[in-house]
Design a protein around this ligand. Sequence first.
Ligand code: SAM
Length: 277
Amino acid sequence: MTQLLRRTGSIMRYQRRRPGGKKSKRPHSNKVPESKETDFGFERVAAGEKAARVAQVFDRVADRYDLMNDLMSLGLHRAWKAFAVALARVRPGERVLDVACGSGDLARAMARRAGPSGQVLLTDINGRMLARGRDRLLDAGCLAAAVQCDAEHLPFSDSWFDCVTVGFGLRNMTRKDAALAEMARVLKPGGRLLVLEFSHVWKPLERLYDLYSFKLLPWLGERVAGDAAAYRYLAESIRMHPDQAALAAMMERAGLSQVEYFNLTGGVVAVHRGYRV
Ligand SMILES: C[S@@+](CC[C@H](N)C(=O)[O-])C[C@H]1O[C@@H](n2cnc3c(N)ncnc32)[C@H](O)[C@@H]1O
């Protein structure tokens, strides 16, 4: 654990931070410049404000998160995640990091593959989502450390993990390039990064998909989670996210090679995979 942790993180399982202990300053590990403004859905907000706005969204929907995933994707998110996990090809004994783990679907499936000799770590910036992920893994009989941290500043040593995954999380990050650089940094050379994310849909499906996203999703969000705005944000943030080719180029700039992507459900979702050079 001490080799793994580069800087002080908030570890839910190990409770490492002592009361009254000094908080470490987090030096920026990556050289990506800060920008002043960013998108929050279709809104422009100060870059420093986005993380808090995203946190509010997930705080509000945490309790209904899994039910909403099933309803709005008609269960398809399970198949998308299973595909990403299959592409990750986790083997027994490997070290795996699931970034922005939320309620832990990817981590749980990968923990089974890594087995007792492996190590799966959950991270999320949001304490409520992370606790949910950790508890669901425990309920499934998997013991995994859960670290609350920002993907843009991962508190782990360089070259530690065999595989890093991020499922439906990158879109919400303020500095996606910084987060990708961090994920590449903690990978061993030859290790792989899997990015599962909403993407740009096949042109003929666009009108139907817009109707679904901007009418049905907020309606469902209101009825099931009592929050139309959170699901309007989801639809908008998908439109603002880089398309398949742009994300592949970002991954290459972050130090990943052999980047390829797989479109699922007509490009509603794409899985990108790249290897640390
Ligand atoms: C849509 S959920 C995805 C959860 C899970 N990976 C899944 O596939 O179901 C997105 C998650 O990203 C987390 N998140 C957003 N910004 C983050 C950041 N900068 N660093 C780490 N996690 C972040 C949120 O708290 C939330 O739990």
